[in-house]
Design a protein around this ligand. Structure first.
Ligand SMILES: Cc1cc2nc3c(=O)[nH]c(=O)nc-3n(C[C@H](O)[C@H](O)[C@H](O)COP(=O)(O)OP(=O)(O)OC[C@H]3O[C@@H](n4cnc5c(N)ncnc54)[C@H](O)[C@@H]3O)c2cc1C
Length: 353
């Protein structure tokens, strides 16, 4: 048990990273053993830095498009170590800028094309998972966003109007989940699936390997320049280099100033009974949030837990990233209280943080 009473924690190796990783080991799906590291200097056609979803999806579509390409992925820890293996499991078409703003910046045609692509991607993830045999608990039943005050209700109505105006998003005003305390209404956005993020990213890693991609784990990239990557274990020469580090870009000199790593933390409850879920009113495949500014997000996991997260964890001075920042008991307690405030029936044991 970690100091905060949950079974996740640094002392448990990769398994302790999150509920998702713990459940992979617990169910015998994946032992999280590290793949071999880069053996020394090599040459490839495409070298991808970072074994998260960005790096692995890139490898996947490249390998499918041209099986003759020599593709390598260089990963400091194990595939899925970053946010890709420990997120909220929302496979959604959300984008952090409104369609109206995209229209102002890029014109209506481009804005709607992007919205259509985002929406299509939700189904594409489900299609590839099914076609490639990645069992990642993918189920698509949309996002419920609760309006829990008059101000939030106005925001909900505005979102529905905005979606109708775009003619692409199909967001409607619906009755709130009946177990949501004090909710006035809710929106339902069908363009979202619930999934188990670690099953997705670890499954995707196995699939790209089966397509001939080599994933070198335990291989830290130190820097890169056109056609060459420097690692702690030798140089990788490649005509094309893909940087897929997201927040970790802040820890490398080339991208230090162009990325602001923001933390978001999560909790998971023990499994709840079907009767409790009936009381709560969230179905399998649904994700949920509300209209507050400081984002919260949750899902009903395939094994009937709440997985719930939010911001509130802070940005750290000089974009520093430390393992200890993953565990902030006061944020976990705040998340627990927020979850119970939204769904009183969620008041249960927190097993993972
Ligand atoms: C708590 C939380 C909840 C979230 N919820 C959602 C959600 O529900 N839905 C959603 O769509 N998004 C969500 N996100 C965001 C989403 O998870 C990320 O945007 C996404 O996973 C980024 O993927 P990536 O492959 O670009 O980066 P990452 O998954 O971070 O992968 C980068 C990889 O690079 C590796 N690396 C780091 N440094 C080096 C180095 N020097 N050399 C080699 N490798 C290195 C890391 O180990 C890591 O595996 C959430 C994020 C967080 C933190």
């Amino acid at each position: 048990m970690a100091g905060d009473g949950s079974v996740t924690g640094l002392g448990r190796g990769y398994r302790g990273l999150s509920f998702w990783f713990d459940s992979l080991v617990e169910s015998g799906v994946d032992d999280l053993a590290e793949r071999p590291a880069l053996p020394g200097p090599i040459t490839a056609d495409v070298a991808i830095i970072g074994g998260g979803l960005t790096g692995l999806w890139t490898a996947y579509y490249l390998a499918r498009a041209d099986p003759s390409l020599r593709i390598v992925v260089l990963e400091k820890h194990i595939a899925g170590f970053g946010a890709s293996g420990r997120n909220g499991g929302w496979c959604s078409a959300l984008f952090p800028a409104s369609t109206a703003k995209l229209e102002r910046l890029h014109g209506r045609g481009q804005a709607l094309a992007m919205r259509r692509a985002m929406i299509a991607t939700v189904d594409e993830v489900g299609r590839v998972a099914a076609a490639e045999g990645i069992d990642c608990d993918y189920r698509k039943a949309g996002t419920i966003s609760l309006a829990r005050s008059e101000v939030q209700l106005a925001a909900a109505r505005a979102e529905v109007e905005e979606a109708a105006r775009s003619g692409v998003d199909e967001i409607t005003l619906v009755k709130p989940a009946h177990g949501a305390a004090g909710a006035l209404a809710a929106t339902l956005d069908p363009a979202c699936a619930r999934l188990h993020p670690a099953k997705l990213v670890r499954g995707l890693a196995r699939v790209v390997e089966s397509l001939g991609v080599t994933i070198y784990e335990g291989t830290e990239v130190l820097d890169w320049a056109p056609r060459v990557i420097t690692t702690a274990r030798g140089a990788v020469s490649a005509a094309t280099i893909v940087v897929a580090l997201e927040g970790y870009g802040a820890s490398l000199p080339k991208t230090h100033r162009s990325v602001l790593p923001l933390y978001s933390l999560m909790i998971a409850t023990e499994p709840l009974s079907d009767a409790t879920w009936n009381e709560i009113g969230i179905e399998h495949g649904q994700t949920f949030a509300d209209f507050r500014h400081l984002l919260v997000y949750g899902q009903r996991t395939a094994d009937n837990r709440f997985a719930f997260g939010g911001r509130g964890a802070r940005y750290h001075w000089a974009s520093s990233i430390r393992e200890s920042y993953d565990r902030v008991p006061s944020v976990f307690e705040h998340l627990r209280k927020t979850l119970v405030e939204i769904f009183p029936a969620a008041d249960s044991r927190i097993t993972h943080t």
